[in-house]
Design a protein around this ligand. Structure first.
Ligand code: ATP
Ligand code: MG
Length: 215
């Protein structure tokens, strides 16, 4: 059964907000569920994330970056995602391999063929069955992310990626749209500039239809 659903999009596009809301809805409907995220979906991944997002690591080269994300993914797939899918759970995952194509491919300029190789190896060839792409102008996404960080009273939590320049973020947005264009059946494109409730309606509809759940 097809049950591996990923949430993708630029910083501040609302992935975590939407995944939390739809997870509450699915739990209420008694759908067996794993809600998880990359790279911090495992203990090991959280530690790897600490290295990846640390603002002091501004000199990290793109090759180190991709190996670390894929190391976290290898652990995540084997420790969490595969076992959950085997138990017939629906898996909702906040970012997955498309993020590697978007960030390390379109953002950092690493070779797409190499990314495919390392992604496939890390993920044991596992691919999402459905991917929701939250799309909005980078200015809005970054503004939201900044306000969120300020609200958490931790302006210093702005991470290494959020600190990248606008051009980088625009390449990520275009990168995601490009990936969608090449795999349209798997994707649902969501206008993420709208309000939370309107977006959540779309998210529920797409997921309900996909797992054949009546509203
Ligand atoms: N549709 C929306 N309209 C206005 N604000 C929103 C909307 N969706 C989310 N937000 C707010 O924007 C901020 C960023 O949202 P969220 O953390 O869900 O984004 P994200 O895609 O998970 O970001 P990141 O890539 O940094 O993890 C949060 O403070 C959230 O409350
Ligand atoms: Mg998030």
């Amino acid at each position: 059964m097809k049950k591996f659903i990923t949430f993708e999009g630029i910083e501040g596009s609302g992935k975590s907000t939407q995944i939390k809301l739809v997870a509450e809805y699915l739990v209420e409907k008694n759908i067996p569920l794993l809600v998880t995220q990359e790279p911090s979906g495992t203990n090991i991944g959280r530690k790897i994330g600490g290295i990846l997002f640390n603002r002091e690591h501004h000199n990290m080269c793109a090759e180190t970056e991709i190996f670390l994300f894929c190391a976290a993914r290898a652990q995540h797939v084997r420790e969490m995602i595969m076992p959950a899918l085997k138990q017939n759970k629906v898996v909702l995952c906040d970012r997955f391999s498309d993020a590697t194509y978007a960030y390390q491919g379109f953002g950092r300029g690493l070779d797409q063929e190499f990314i495919k190789l390392i992604n496939d190896y890390s993920a044991m060839l596992l691919k999402p069955d459905l991917t929701l792409l939250f799309d909005l102008p980078v200015e809005i996404g970054l503004q939201r992310a900044t306000e969120r960080n300020n609200r958490l009273a931790k302006p210093s939590s702005t991470d290494r990626f959020e600190k990248e320049n606008m051009d980088f973020h625009r390449r990520i947005r275009e990168g995601y749209l490009n990936i969608l264009k090449n795999d349209p059946d798997r994707f649902r494109l969501i206008d993420a500039a709208r309000d939370v409730e309107t977006i959540q309606k779309d998210v529920r509809t797409y997921i309900n239809n996909f797992i054949n759940l009546k509203d």
